[in-house]
Design a binder for this molecule. Structure first.
Ligand code: FAD
Length: 519
């Protein structure tokens, strides 16, 4: 007769085998159970495995005991994706899966464990003269390959090469019964993980699933030779429609590798942060990447040339020869000339020299909390969505003023087809366990910490929902769906039935990250 062990018993057993790899200290559990925006239900334990096989064994034991399981990578998300919605829940911290397994330059792929950060991957690949097409979010000092593939992610390389999903060739996923499932060419017989396509795209089913279908333990990603030449351009615009037209033109032509744009409010917020010339680390990296002259130019010009009342657009361009980079720069200037005025290019230089240095930006310049909400639309709808959001903010002005909320909007493009619009709400409120652990202590000391402000937090919650509803009304898609963006509402019933059938097959007891994708 088989007996089912209690969740506490399974954890105690694991502790005898894994020692420090099983965490039950309440302070640690609070940290792991808190994301950039909020806190989940208390966790039973956090596991820190160091191999796929260890995860598979633990998952089998815990699901047999009826325990809910959630994977967490760098923890840098803000839509509740790894927060517990029921008890008992055990979190699997993938930080111990930190190996770059194989860099195969000849066959142009890399196999990487899920807990490797984008910064660590970039360093390992740089040494071999290669890169992944998409090479990480701005949070890549902490954010992991597994996290980005599970919820979708864009920024470095995205304007030219698309989102994190576009760089994937295949996956290894631990499912609820403790099996390791392979997708892509490595799933068939004696093949290596060099190719995504052989029949239906089973890899795609797991990309953006937010961990609903299992825990990614390894991924195979495409490699490209690193581009040898890089240049930067910036412009200012008087109106949002001019900026959107310029971004669309650049995106369709595939001219830039990274595109970032700020509305006037976000420019002002960014300017209130430490000034460029006093940011020694940024400056040091600009000198390292572009030479002393670029560093000196930055100190003398700073960002004072930017008009805080205008929209700004900043791009990075890459090429494989002097001729190619000059042609891209000339084409980009031509594409944008009708819409805006070119200005000094210090901002994209600093961003490229410090690609993964964004973590302190999760708090405002006076210690305010930060909540970004984004929508991805075709270029033809981007101005309409931007304007609809401004109308919403105007209608909400009294509430925002009452509680000290303010908003700045970031924009970027994804591949040739899409513009991403991301208003970020800032509000005065106390810092949570995640901020305290993640933001540099000197930075936190400098900006200060407002007191707990539950009414402002509630106003932010309500405004976030209205922003997401406005985006949905404009047909927007989203990454990082987690437990915030709606997924099922209005979706094709046949497509939902297929997803539900896959979920039922892989996780019949519904124990893998319940609550994400509205399920
Ligand atoms: C300051 C800052 C800057 C940011 N910049 C960007 C940016 O430029 N671009 C961008 O797209 N996003 C950005 N983000 C959002 C976020 O950091 C990224 O989306 C990032 O990819 C999250 O990765 P992570 O490893 O931290 O994932 P986590 O937050 O740990 O997890 C995210 C989701 O994936 C699931 N998950 C994690 N690992 C696995 C796994 N191995 N298997 C299955 N499920 C898993 C979790 O359960 C959760 O649902 C930023 C965030 C911050 C705080």
């Amino acid at each position: 007769m088989s007996t089912t062990l209690s969740p506490d018993h399974v954890i105690a057993e694991l502790k005898t085998r894994w020692g420090d790899g099983v965490i039950t200290d309440p302070t640690e559990l609070e940290y792991f159970g808190t994301d950039v925006y909020s806190q989940g239900k208390p966790l039973l334990a956090v596991l820190r495995p160091t191999s796929a096989e260890q995860i598979a064994a633990a998952v089998a034991e815990l699901t047999a005991a009826g325990v809910t399981l959630i994977a967490r990578g760098g923890g840098m998300s803000y839509t509740g994706g790894y927060l517990a919605t029921r008890q008992p829940t055990v979190l699997i911290d993938t930080g111990g899966l930190d190996k770059v397994v194989e860099i195969n330059v000849q066959d142009a792929y890399v196999v990487v464990e899920a807990g490797v950060t984008w910064e660590a991957l970039q360093k390992a690949l740089q040494a071999k003269g290669v890169r992944t097409p998409y090479f990480g979010p701005m949070s890549g000092s902490h954010a992991t390959v597994g996290g980005a593939l599970s919820q979708g992610s864009v920024f470095h390389g995205s304007a030219r090469y698309g989102s994190s999903a576009d760089s994937v060739l295949g996956l290894e996923v631990v499912t609820a019964n403790g099996e390791i499932l392979r997708t892509g060419s490595a799933a068939s017989g004696n093949a290596t993980p060099f190719f995504r396509w052989h029949g239906p795209d089973l890899t795609g089913v797991f990309l953006g699933d937010c961990g609903l279908l299992g825990i990614k333990v390894r991924a195979s990603l495409r490699l490209l030779p690193r581009h040898s030449h890089i240049d930067y351009l910036s412009w200012q615009f008087e109106r949002a429609d001019q900026l959107m037209d310029a971004m669309g033109a650049l995106a369709r032509a595939g001219l830039a590798s990274e595109i970032a744009a700020f509305d006037p409010s976000l420019s002002q917020i960014r300017m209130r942060r430490a000034s460029l010339s006093s940011d020694v680390k940024s400056l040091g990296n600009v000198i390292k990447k572009g030479g002393l002259m670029q560093g000196l130019k930055l100190v003398t010009k700073g960002r004072d040339f930017l008009d805080p009342d205008l929209f700004t657009l900043h791009i990075t361009l890459e090429g494989d020869s002097e001729g190619e980079i000059s042609a891209r720069v000339a084409a980009a200037r031509k594409a944008v000339a009708a819409f805006g005025k070119e200005v000094e290019n210090s901002v994209p230089k600093v961003m490229a020299a410090n690609p993964f240095a964004a973590k302190n930006a999760m708090l405002g310049s006076a210690g305010e909390r930060w909540a970004p909400i984004h929508g991805i639309v075709p270029h033809s709808r981007s101005t309409d969505l931007f304007n609809a959001l401004q109308e919403l903010f105007a209608a909400e002005k009294a509430v925002m003023d009452e509680h000290g909320l303010f908003i700045g909007t970031l924009m970027t493009t994804v591949g040739a087809q899409a513009t991403l619009i991301e208003p970020c709400i800032y509000w005065p409120d106390s810092h949570n366990a995640f901020h305290v652990r993640t933001v540099d202590p000197e930075h936190r000391a400098k900006i200060g910490c407002p007191g707990e402000n539950l009414p402002a937090r509630a106003a932010t919650d309500a405004l976030k929902r209205k922003i997401a509803d406005t985006m949905r009304a404009h047909g927007a898609a989203s990454f990082q769906i987690g437990k915030f963006y709606t997924y099922r509402e209005g979706r094709d019933p046949a497509a939902l039935a297929m997803l539900d059938a896959i979920k039922q097959q892989l996780d019949p007891k519904g124990l893998m990250n319940p609550g994400v994708l509205g399920r």
